[in-house]
Design a binder for this molecule. Sequence first.
Ligand SMILES: [Fe+2]
Length: 356
Amino acid sequence: MTKQTRRQFLGTAAAGTAGLAVGATTACAAGQGVRPGPLPADQGFRFVHLTDIHVRRKRRGDDGYRTCVKSVNALRPAPDFVLMGGDMAFDGLYTERDEFEDQIGLFKEISSGLKMPYYECLGNHDLLGLSARRKVPVDDPEIGAKMIMDRLGMERSYYSFDHKGWHFVVLNTMEQVETASGPSYHGRISDEQLHWLGIDLAKASGMPTICVGHIAAFNNLAQVWNDFDLPAMYTRYVIRNNKDLRQVLERHKVKALLQGHSHRGEEYRYKDVWYLTSPSVSGAWWGGNWHDDKPGYTVFHCVGNQFTWERRYFEWEHHLEPEDNVERERIAELEAEKAEQRRLYEAELAAARSGI
Ligand SMILES: [Fe+2]
């Protein structure tokens, strides 16, 4: 059963449990807390969310991104545009300046192969030197977002645009701060940006709206990993003022916030807003799958004022560097875990067949 079919089934089943005599179509309608089913294929438009690309030469990440671009260009019907989700270059936080600059150039060059326009979005790894592990002096004139914004020709770190009756907002989820170890960042929507967002959404009132940002407002990694030491509001994974952001989205009836950063496909719905994290383009920074999430992206389909989505994965064989021993161990652990799950499944089937 495909994921989408399973969700449709769950939607219908949930309505049935509540005693509602409704069919799958009604149960899956937008606004009911259930992901909409497929929309008429020949109507509306599509767009793609590419996040956590982390373009780099190491591990042949540049070839990996070229493969991704080829996959997006081959989509039919063709998407109208691509929304980037941040972490476009591998890393500026603790990578040498020249190498980071090269990665930005690679991102620009390979992205120019997309047959449709794309919209940039900043991620934490797109920031130069905002870490205690920085490789640039604290007074580097391009520290922070300036370097990548200049190289890519980004005029603003947050902005909005309209497309075929829909409104799209690109957010900057990192706020530069001063710490004891020099300039750094917090995952946070700046007060100035929140003020701008409320007015921008008010101007677009009545238009179906989707926002995109890098660091999530929602994720459940502590639960996914069964990690008691990982707080739900772990500030490396979730923006600090997520309630402030959520309330703006809720009062303006925004349909979805597209998220990145965790490199895991996740789907949540809260107060009629979808919080959707796409799988990362780079998997484990081009070192194989991140846990069990393969390199991939999400294709969105918008019709009228409804939208739906599907995950896409492209074929990519990872190439580790000689020094990548941690990655080798991680991949071996993951394979062992998967093999154990297959063994348990086969044992349970055999037990069921033998009537135990
Ligand atoms: Fe990332």
